[in-house]
Design a protein around this ligand. Sequence first.
Ligand SMILES: Cc1cc2nc3c(=O)[nH]c(=O)nc-3n(C[C@H](O)[C@H](O)[C@H](O)COP(=O)(O)O)c2cc1C
Length: 243
Amino acid sequence: MLAFFINVNVNLHELLPSPSPCCYYAEMSKSDLTAAEAIRHRRSIKSFKPDPIPEPVLNELIGLMREAPSSWNFQPTRVVVIRSQEQKEALAAAAWGQKQILEAPVTFVFAVSIRGWEKHMDSILKTGVDKGAWPQKFADWIRASAPGFQDGLGEKQREYAMKDAIIMATTLVIAAESKGLGTCYMNGWDEKKVMEIIGLQQDKKYGIALVLPLGYAAQPAKNPGRLATDSFVFTDKIPSAKI
Ligand SMILES: Cc1cc2nc3c(=O)[nH]c(=O)nc-3n(C[C@H](O)[C@H](O)[C@H](O)COP(=O)(O)O)c2cc1C
């Protein structure tokens, strides 16, 4: 994979425009937590109030989640928002009865379309060029290089798509926390069943990355603690005794 980049005889910095003086910021209301406050305040919420999430808040969160980056900007994540009682019950059953899915007003299912880029690459590249973010030469370079890179990943294409989906889920988690909403990352579910529930056929081109209930916490959760920083952050190399 590294060889792929080394063999590409191109200087990416020359292809990209210098940063524009104009930047875009999502609107922030005075009551929103800052990113640092949201990160510190976030806990996994296992019990939710039945209160619905106002539609404008839900839409704003979806808009913020949409800002998440992805490899090549190929955006393989497909998100299904579970809202009906019937779908909640089916999803909770696929998650071995975990009740946060039943209690939360909505649950996000983060799925991936591993080869979804094949359908969207041309329009993604055109958008990048039209928005002035990418020179045509850079878009042409992606069109020429990305398919070979993706194919060269083989089975790892799934892992790469999952990374993008998890980054999107984390963007949503921090945005939600900043607006006073709680979430719970969830790995505990049967992938085949979840795929069936959201209407995906069983195919290696698709996968489920995460299930994420979203709502107002029934009560605050306590921080269960983390490893000491010197147990997991190292300079330059990992000492073998620490791995
Ligand atoms: C990828 C991932 C999957 C998780 N899956 C579940 C799950 O299926 N059910 C659950 O109750 N908690 C789940 N958790 C929550 C963790 O148990 C929790 O994050 C951890 O104990 C730390 O607590 P905190 O999130 O409050 O800091 C998951 C967390 C992560 C990051």
